[in-house]
Write a protein that binds this ligand. Sequence first.
Ligand code: C2E
Ligand code: CA
Ligand code: CA
Ligand code: CA
Length: 280
Amino acid sequence: AKRQGKNNYQLYSHSKDIPSFKKYVLDRDMRNAINNEEFELFFQPQVEPSKGLLVGAEVLIRWHHPEWGDISPAEFIPLAEENHMINMIIDWEIEQICSLLNEWNRNNFPLYPVSINVSPIRFMKKGLVEYVAEQIKKYNVNPKYLELEITESSLLKTDNNVLTILKELKELGVKVSVDDFGTGYSSLDYLRNIKPDTIKIDKTFTQNINAQSEIDKGVISSVLFLGKRLGMKVVAEGVEEIEQLEFLKQNECDIIQGYLFSPPVPQSKYEKMIQVGYLK
Ligand code: C2E
Ligand code: CA
Ligand code: CA
Ligand code: CA
C-alpha cells in the first residue's frame, strides 16, 4: 500500500498506467473470463536449497485474452481489485486448488502445499472463512496443504477484521503466509497477533544480494534469524543467481523460489516435477 496523506492507506496498486481503451476492454472482458476459461493457473515451485527437493508451490494466475494475448497479472489484478472482480477470481482459484488437491490425492501423487495470493479486497468481503471451509469439505482436502498469502502492506489496513479472519483461517488448519515481507512499512507487532506460518522475503531484497548491498544482506539474514526464532518458515523470492542462493544457504534459508530453479509453469509441467520430487 502506498501512503496517501496521513492515515489513509490505499487498498490496491493503481491501474491508471494502463491506456484507457485497453483498460476499458480488460475491465469489460474480465467479467466473462472465468466462464470463457481464459484464466489459467501456473505453479512456481518452491525448493529446499541443499538438494533442490520440491517443498511446494505458489499459484500465479495467467489471463489468455482472445484478442490481446497474455495479460500480466501485474496489469489486470489491480484492475480486478478496483472493479471487485478479484473476489470471484480468488474464490474460483480456491475451488480450483481444492479440486486439484483432491485429484492429486486420488491419483496417489505425493502432496505438497499450494499457496494462493489473497488480495485485501477479499478479506474485506464477508464469508471468506466460510467459503474456504466449504471448499475444504467439498473436496475432502487436508487444510495443511492450503496456504493463503496476504501482503504485508495490506495488514496495515485500519480494518481489524483482517486479524480476526486470519485467526479463523488458522483455526481451520489452513496456513497463512505474509507476502512481500519487508516492503510494507509495518511494525512487527502483527507477527505476535497473526503468528503466520510463513514469511516471504520480497524479491527486491534478494536481488540486491549480488550488488553487495550490506543493508539488504543484513535485512535478509535478520529476517531469517527472526523466522527461525519465531518458528516460522522463511521463503526467499526472486532468486535468480547462484550468488544469491549461496548467500541464502549460508544464512540457513529453508525455502527458495525463483527463476534459478524454475519460473511459474503450467499444471502439467508442475505435475511432472511433483513426480520427480526435486529440481536441479
Ligand atoms: P507476487 O505474489 O509477489 O508473485 C511473485 C512474482 O514474482 C510473480 O510475478 C512471479 O512470476 C515473479 N517471479 C518469480 N520468480 C522470480 C524471479 O526469480 N525473478 C523475478 N524477477 N520475478 C520472479 P507474476 O506472476 O507476474 O505476478 C505478479 C503479481 O501479481 C504477484 O506478485 C501477485 O501480487 C499478483 N498475482 C499473481 N497471480 C495472482 C493471483 O492468482 N491472485 C492474486 N490476488 N494476485 C496475483
Ligand atoms: Ca505472492
Ligand atoms: Ca511476493
Ligand atoms: Ca509482489
